[in-house]
Design a protein around this ligand. Structure first.
Ligand code: GTP
Ligand code: MG
Length: 228
């Protein structure tokens, strides 16, 4: 059992093995009074099983099943990748190692979910399209989104050494969102939108970094040109 305590200044993690050491754990972490009732209640709830007086809390869980017969798109996006790319010395404007690693992580997600029929990625993002008639996880948005983001992130970290010589300086993470598209035309337009975004950003970044790296201008000078 783990007890993690966070106050304004630090996070303290304590690991205790086994049920018998639980009391010692609580006393040692000085959370005896605060957590005693909560933890004993959770244990007794297990014994009481269903229909206990605590059962009602399940009703607070919202039903987030995606509408049937719609295309489900899950898009993951690197959190704070502007800083992450700087810290890990990504080449500008495009780092092939990073793009290949993103592709590898996306491949892992697609291996895990046979229900995904298409994926499209650029920069620090990847979109995954689920088959329209699939019923995985009862189409629950939170389950699909968190599973994709979690598998993608762990694969990104797992395969990092295959693509980069330098070690990770801190754990990267990806957020996720779910968007539903009712028609195939909507889905096509979504993918066109992401591709246009890729095109515009690449055009800008390529011009910007060429002026900086080969034209010997500073970032501020390029911005002040106001031609981009
Ligand atoms: P949030 O997603 O809101 O957390 O912000 P972010 O910092 O991740 O920025 P955003 O997702 O809008 O854009 C991705 C950023 O990652 C780009 O602006 C770049 O700074 C960086 N990035 C992604 N791919 C590359 C790459 O191949 N090379 C370099 N140098 N930077 C990259
Ligand atoms: Mg990002």
């Amino acid at each position: 059992m783990y007890i993690i305590v966070k106050n304004n200044f630090q996070i303290r993690t304590t690991c205790f093995e086994g049920f018998k050491s639980m009391k010692a754990a609580l006393v040692s972490t000085k959370l005896h009074h605060l957590y005693r009732n909560l933890i004993w209640r959770s244990f007794s709830t297990k014994f009481a099983m269903a229909n206990s007086k605590f059962e009602y809390v399940r009703n607070f869980e919202t039903d987030d099943r995606c509408l049937p017969n719609t295309w489900i798109v899950v898009r993951v996006d690197g959190r704070g990748f502007h800083k992450f790319s700087e810290k890990h010395e990504f080449a500008k404007p495009n780092d092939k190692r990073s793009l290949d690693l993103m592709g590898k992580a996306a491949g892992r997600v697609m291996t895990e979910f046979k229900e995904i029929c298409l994926a499209y990625g650029q920069s620090d993002e990847f979109s995954f399209v689920f088959k329209r008639d699939m019923d995985l996880h009862k189409r629950r948005a939170s389950k699909l989104m968190t599973s994709v983001a979690s598998i993608f992130t762990s694969a990104f970290v797992f395969h990092w050494p295959q693509f980069f010589d330098i070690p990770l300086k801190y754990p990267p993470s990806f957020d996720g969102r779910v968007v539903l598209y009712p028609s195939t035309q909507n889905l096509r337009d979504y993918l066109s939108w992401r591709q246009a975004d890729c095109h515009i950003n690449n055009l800008y970044n390529t011009a910007f970094w060429t002026l900086v790296l080969k034209g010997n201008l500073t970032n501020a000078e390029v911005i002040s040109l106001k031609v981009l």
